[in-house]
Design a protein. Structure first.
Ligand SMILES: *Cc1c(COP(=O)(O)O)cnc(C)c1O
Length: 225
């Protein structure tokens, strides 16, 4: 039995998003009936961070769900998700980008991706430094990848109570987005996404350029690992 009111929580989150900001409901570690409760309210975009879990859910659940892979993705797992994934949000190397191109081409799909930035202070987080990201884009190999569409940037802020710090990190992401948009994607309307904001910081994120929030706990409750 569901002891959490997914539907109420979903509408609570949606009511706090300005127009133009989309919700990716992060359903990792939550069972299919939680996802279906949100689905019945019209939610179609869900995010997961483990290959096997997302595969099982994709197989079991309605086919009009848009799945986003939000976790760190090992290159040897790309082939399993390439046939159905809509967006891979946390691309942080050219090697991973190349593998996505290769596997997406095999199944004749175009996979959307975001480049993950490392701006937060924590040393353990994945992601490209701003300089590495500039380098990857300047290098230009991505322009020869017809089965990969780079749609924007993704980041996590530091895990802190300091709201000013969180705001400043998201703003760095927003400023960097403007820089690379001008430099590399001026003619590409698909490069438009800024994926930032989670349960405890999405209201700050939407004030600093977010177009896509990734909210799990506030909708589905605490995860049971
Ligand atoms: C788990 C996760 C989220 C959701 O976090 P909540 O605090 O539960 O909202 C968002 N983004 C990423 C990358 C995650 O791994």
């Amino acid at each position: 039995m569901m002891n959490i009111d997914v539907k109420r929580n979903l509408h609570e989150v949606l009511s706090r998003l300005p127009e133009g900001v989309r919700l990716v409901a992060i359903s990792k570690y939550h069972p299919a009936d939680y996802i279906m409760a949100a689905y019945e309210e019209g939610q179609r975009v869900f995010g997961e961070s483990h290959e096997q879990e997302i595969r099982e859910k994709h197989e079991a659940l309605p086919k009009d769900i848009e799945w986003h892979f939000i976790g760190h993705l090992q290159t040897n797992k790309v082939k399993y998700i390439a046939p159905y994934i809509t967006m891979i949000e946390a691309v942080d190397s050219l090697k991973l980008l190349r593998e996505i191109q290769k596997q997406a081409a095999k199944v004749n799909r175009v996979v959307k991706v975001l480049l993950e930035l490392h701006i937060a202070e924590e040393a353990t987080k994945y992601g490209l430094t701003l300089d590495d990201c500039r380098q990857l884009l300047a290098d230009g190999e991505w322009r020869q990848m017809p089965n990969v569409q780079i749609c924007g940037l993704m980041m996590m802020a530091s895990n802190t109570d300091n709201e000013q710090q969180i705001a400043s990190e998201f703003q760095q992401g927003a400023d960097f987005f403007d820089e690379v948009k001008t430099r590399f994607f001026a003619d590409d309307a698909n490069f438009c996404e800024r994926s930032w904001g989670m349960s405890n910081d999405f209201p700050i994120a939407v004030q600093h350029g977010s177009t896509m929030v990734r909210v799990g706990t506030m909708i589905f409750g605490p995860r049971v690992y």
